[in-house]
Design a protein. Structure first.
Length: 182
């Protein structure tokens, strides 16, 4: 891989290939995000770690074992993601005690992680791992920016029909349009 390819993958993962906004994967974790920007950053970084480790495991699994049985791919990938999340939870339990188990399990049930693992099986191994890192950083950026935007919305000035989820979807749509312009 050349430096141009690496830079292109990183830029695409951050902006034009944002899974939460443009592929509509993992949007629930972003839209339902009522955390502070710092907690959103931690959850996003945790999702990035899960994306990278799951890609490191699922790419060879798909390439060498599941090539002839594609109907088992989704189930096998979900099991791998659950195991990765549980192993991270076991090893980092003391550091993550301030986050409840429910928040931690959102890493595993995040649709962006599964979609990324399925998409990355079509790439070369190095590109797949780099794409996972770039998409994870883009997901973290999206969660952090969205939490900042969500905290600044004055619900009393929003029309009653648009309060709650509709205004969150409008903000997500505007963020997607802004990133798509890049």
């Amino acid at each position: 891989m050349t430096a141009d390819v690496i830079f292109g993958i990183l830029l695409a993962g951050l902006l034009s290939n944002n899974y939460a906004l443009l592929h509509f994967l993992g949007t629930g974790a972003v839209i339902e995000n009522e955390r502070s920007a710092r907690k959103s950053l931690v959850v996003g970084l945790g999702s990035t770690i899960v994306m990278v480790l799951s890609t490191v495991i699922t790419w060879p699994l798909q390439t060498y074992l599941l090539k002839d049985v594609p109907y088992l791919r989704t189930m096998a990938f979900v099991i791998v993601m659950l195991l990765v999340v549980e192993l991270i939870h076991v090893f980092a339990k003391r550091k993550l005690e301030s986050y409840c188990k429910v928040d931690f399990m959102k890493f595993a049930i995040n649709g962006a992680v599964l979609g990324l693992c399925i998409h990355n099986t079509e790439l070369a191994y190095g590109e797949a791992v780099l794409t996972a890192l770039a998409v994870g950083i883009g997901f973290t950026l999206t969660m952090t920016v969205f939490s900042k935007l969500h905290s600044r919305i004055d619900e009393t000035s929003v029309p009653k029909a648009f309060r709650g989820l509709p205004v969150c979807l409008l903000c997500a749509g505007m963020m997607a349009l802004a990133l798509l312009a890049y």
